[in-house]
Design a protein around this ligand. Structure first.
Ligand code: ADP
Ligand code: ZN
Length: 735
């Protein structure tokens, strides 16, 4: 075969090769031949044959010195796609993130290419036009098509299918007969651009310095990290909008990352008040069509501002000029499946690679960012008081050891009294409990049986609205029985502890005339219902808001002055080294919802340990006290950011395989006195979805290349086979 003239022509004319990266869970690149007449550069999007399939890939390197022996065994690149190439800065980010997280490079690349069903909107949007005479055989369906197209203008093919009520085949037939032509539809006009001068507010003298700093950093346009550190209600959003405005003026794109895009209805409106139009959104709930259109606008540069969840960080911006990470401390920035990465940290990496400024905004910065600001690595831009002279909420503890709620109740008499007063003044009250459902545990009073998930190491949570017991880890659920399945006793099952649904029941008995609303992620079916419920609260049509952490973030409820934290100790005692930091952040955020317009906010912490440093710092409004004690503790124990951590999670369908493999891994760990390998131990949730999980924790000094250490270790260690799975989590956020 090699001697056939045809083959020799091919090899004589296509001696060039490229290495491409395929967006699947593989780390290495593959070489392909470049067919004659095809011009390819690094970053180009191409189609290549991979096994039996044709897949999308990105040219990673132009291979200058192909090995001629290899050459004959390679396949050709099948096509070069009509899309902007992936810029070198994004390719560098993919390489960097893969190297740091130990996630396969192809998986990281995949995060850059989530562009909807098709490549660009143009591919989906074929147009047809009437050009010739009607065909001899004129069926009723064909007649309808010709009627729709009688103006001889270009129509979208799919629109004609709908309007004429025919199948696409009817149109194709008319094209074959020369009656119609197919032409690509012009791309849709770009959305109206945000106007940096549209609604610029007057800034208070306390905000001025921060505003100037924002404008300067955006105007400078070089790599620079600023920590916008401002108490809740200080106007951080208005202030960082000035950096966005400056970036728009410079003709560059801004990315605003948000931890929870489902909650940004109010944000989009505020953006529109400031800039005249809403920004482009990027999150998992976009329809494939919108996703494709937005992806194209982002990669072609026609979207000046993008607001998105963490996945928006990996998009191929045409000319990114600024990144804002709002609520930078939020845990939702950590992705814990597939590639384990922290979007805030990777955003700093992207800004560094792209040489652009980045702003991290928070009222309760992460300990990492606080330390970076104290050491001068980040510029601190502070807004220490609320806009308009409003006072910060006053915070008091309710000591549950002395002021107990009645039996089977969870709201203490004092808190109930305060809520009643608030309602009488026609103000709102928020009851905060970070627990979904009715009760976290159901047990039988007769035999002590506890309802647990059959495949996870977890109790089933009673959800009364749905009338089911539900596992929060795998989603398993069963109807709530009337009879104990263990001892057959009747009427013996009791709910133990509160969830938000149970609080609603208690609120209904305590305040029968009040209008209460529960906000919890499992009760919300779509972003739209979420946004409309938040609107009802903001407009004052609700007296008591009962919610999980969903209500803690970012909202502005003008008539809310009272926040009651039902169980302030909830997150403190789970053994997680970040428990104190999390609790401090969450409680500050949720109490920060109070008194934003009227300045009479008050927060009550129901707690069993009012002397805990977190409670004391909250009550004294002493931010420095909290960070000082937490930083001192981390420094002493060498926890991040004073030491480094990585986790290896080993899971398998049976316990001995998981544990055995974990032990063999530990035995292979390279010796290095700068590293401590701890474990294996059962992971905190030892069984999830029937998989047994063990965890190895690796601890090192700050500045040590933990990723490299892990890579060397895993290179010599046995590979997980069959049912075994090994995940790497560099900088784990929870334990
Ligand atoms: P933060 O994000 O710091 O909690 P926001 O940006 O939400 O604070 O601001 C709190 C409130 O104050 C918002 O209603 C905002 O519109 C208003 N605000 C802040 N700065 C100004 C300003 N300069 N002019 C008018 N309103 C402002
Ligand atoms: Zn389960």
């Amino acid at each position: 075969m090699d001697h056939s003239p045809r083959n020799s022509t091919v090899s004589a004319t296509s001696t060039r090769m490229v290495d491409v990266l395929v967006p699947v869970a593989l780390d290495q690149t593959y070489s392909y031949r470049v067919p004659r007449g095809m011009e390819l550069k690094a970053g180009d999007l191409v189609g290549v044959p991979l096994g039996p399939r044709e897949v999308l890939a990105v040219v990673w390197a132009e291979n200058a010195n192909p090995d001629p022996r290899l050459h004959n065994r390679l396949k050709d690149v099948s096509e070069k796609l009509d899309a902007p190439p992936l810029k070198s800065e994004l390719r560098a980010l993919v390489d960097w993130v893969a190297n740091y997280t130990l996630g396969p490079r192809g998986m990281v690349l995949r995060m850059c290419l989530r562009m909807g069903e098709n490549l660009g909107p143009e591919r989906m949007r074929a147009g047809v036009r009437l050009v010739g005479d009607p065909p001899r055989r004129l069926t009723p369906a064909r007649r309808r098509v010709i009627e729709v197209l009688s103006d001889r203008l270009l129509h979208g093919k799919s629109d004609v299918v709908k309007e004429a009520g025919v199948s696409a085949g009817v149109i194709d037939g008319l094209v074959d007969e020369g009656t119609l032509t197919v032409e690509p539809l012009p791309p849709p006009p770009p959305p109206p651009a945000p106007d940096p001068a549209y609604g610029q507010p007057e800034f208070s003298h306390l905000q001025r310095a921060a505003v100037d700093a924002m404008r300067a950093l955006a105007a400078n346009g070089t790599f620079h990290v600023a920590l916008l550190d401002g108490v809740t209600g200080s106007g951080k959003t208005e202030v960082y909008f000035e950096a966005v405005a400056e970036t728009i003026r410079r003709g560059k794109q801004s990315l605003i990352l948000m931890p929870e895009i489902a909650l940004t209805g109010q944000f989009l409106d505020r953006f529109a008040q400031r800039f005249g139009v809403r920004p482009l959104e990027w999150h998992s709930e976009l329809t494939p069509r919108t996703r494709a259109r937005n992806w194209a606008a982002i990669s072609e540069g026609s979207a000046p501002v993008v607001v998105g969840a963490r996945s928006a960080l990996f998009l191929p911006y045409a000319n990114l000029g600024l990144i804002i990470v709002d609520e930078e401390h939020d845990q939702a920035y950590k992705q814990d499946d597939g590639v384990h990465y922290h979007a805030r940290d990777m955003a700093v990496v992207r800004a560094h690679i792209a040489k652009i400024p980045i702003v991290l905004a928070s009222a309760t910065p992460s300990v990492e960012s606080e330390v970076n600001a104290r050491k001068g690595r980040y510029q601190r831009i502070a807004l220490p008081s609320r806009f308009g002279g409003q006072h910060m909420p006053h915070i008091e503890a309710i000591d549950l050891r002395r002021e107990q709620p009645a039996r089977g109740r969870f709201i203490s008499p004092r808190l109930a009294g305060e809520i009643r007063t608030a309602i009488e003044r026609r103000e709102q009250a928020l009851l905060f409990l970070n627990r979904r459902g009715y009760a976290p545990l159901t047990l039988c009073r007769a035999c002590g049986h506890r309802f647990a998930c059959t495949i996870c190491d977890a109790w089933l949570v009673d959800h009364r609205f749905r009338q089911r017991l539900v596992c929060h880890h795998c989603g398993f659920s069963m109807p709530r029985p009337n009879v104990c399945p263990h001892c057959a006793a009747e009427e013996s099952l009791v709910a133990v502890g509160p969830g938000v649904e149970r609080l609603q029941e208690e609120a209904a008995t305590l305040f029968p005339e009040a209008r209460a609303m529960v906000l919890s992620s499992d009760l919300i079916t779509s972003i739209e219902t979420m946004r409309s419920e938040l609107n009802e609260i903001a407009e004052g049509r609700v007296d008591i808001i009962i919610g999980t952490q969903l209500v803690a973030k970012g909202h502005n409820f003008p008539r809310l002055n009272l926040v009651g934290v039902v169980d302030a100790d909830l997150g403190l005692s789970n053994g997680d080294p970040r428990a104190a930091e999390r609790t401090w952040q969450l409680l500050n955020q949720v109490i920060g919802r109070a008194g934003r317009e009227q300045g009479r906010g008050i927060g009550y912490l129901q707690t069993h340990q009012p002397e805990h440093p977190v409670m004391k710092a909250l009550i004294a409004c002493d931010r420095e006290a909290f960070y000082n004690s937490e930083i001192e503790l981390r420094e002493r124990t060498l926890y991040p950011p004073f030491g480094r951590l990585a986790g290896l999670i080993i899971s398998a369908g049976d316990r001995p395989s998981a544990e055995g493999f974990a032990r063999r891994l530990v035995a292979m760990a390279p010796r290095d006195e700068r590293v401590k390998v701890l474990g294996p131990a059962e992971a905190p949730l030892a069984v999830i979805k029937g998989r047994y999980r063990f965890r190895i924790l690796v601890k090192s000094a700050r500045g040590f290349d933990l990723s490299d250490y892990l890579r060397n270790w895993l290179a010599v260690a046995p590979k997980p086979k069959g049912n075994l799975k090994l995940e790497t989590d560099v900088d784990p956020q929870s334990f």
